[in-house]
Design a protein around this ligand. Sequence first.
Ligand SMILES: Cc1cc2nc3c(=O)[nH]c(=O)nc-3n(C[C@H](O)[C@H](O)[C@H](O)COP(=O)(O)O)c2cc1C
Length: 264
Amino acid sequence: MNSTIENIMQRRSIRAYDSRPIEADVKDQILKATLRAPTAGNLMLYSIIEVTATEKKNTLAKTCDNQAFIARAPWVLLFLADYQRWYDYFLTSGVERFCARNALTMRLPAEGDLMLACCDAIIAAQTAAIAADSLGVGSCYIGDIMENYEAHQAIFDLPRYTFPICLLCFGYPDPKAQVGRKQTSRFDRKFIVFQDSYKRLGADEFAEMFLGETERGFKGRSNIEGAVNIGQQTYQRKFSADFAIEMNRSVRAIMQNWIKGWAD
Ligand SMILES: Cc1cc2nc3c(=O)[nH]c(=O)nc-3n(C[C@H](O)[C@H](O)[C@H](O)COP(=O)(O)O)c2cc1C
């Protein structure tokens, strides 16, 4: 195993941080590596906001489903899918005049552009996470940044053609918090990687897929009232939890804002 694969295999999310700040040159290396991430059409359809203001971190710790460790993270990066920069550049470059001259209707960023920009932003984020890990800096994604759009839009001054797709918390791991902590498991490859076409799974395959997890974690008990298996538990705890309902509302609001001009 080479060192890159080894880092990936050993990586885990880090939510408890040492008080040691991340040195400027380490941050610089991580950001340099991040900006080398592949990007659609080499357009760099993303922006990164370093969240340094204590009050903003404190707010995120609440608005992102009350995760207090966000406020304690020494370094917090917000990754935005961003078509605003290119759209502004199109306007600055006289694309409206160009379209009028050539009898074209100027197109606005739409759904596909949003998805492409999300791909760019997430790939950049994961590049940052891997680069950080290789330097001994732990990280944890916060998907809940997609919730409470209106609050985040106001805090970060987000224009229409941006989308806060993920937040990454960074810090040197608190060694005490790592003691006895096992790596999380993953589903067996055969349930995830298919040959040539998609394979829907049946009851027997699901039973096999969850065998390890059932034995290790669930054991017929649930912290969700009335749930008798992992499917019921996960449905209630993750898929239809309050945070998921809010995330879907918030993402709908962002998308409606993004595609408003397109639908007009
Ligand atoms: C898109 C995404 C969103 C996530 N959001 C959160 C989050 O809000 N809070 C958190 O503590 N972990 C979050 N995580 C981390 C996952 O819980 C973690 O990756 C998963 O449990 C596997 O554990 P591992 O990363 O230690 O292998 C997120 C991960 C991803 C990829």
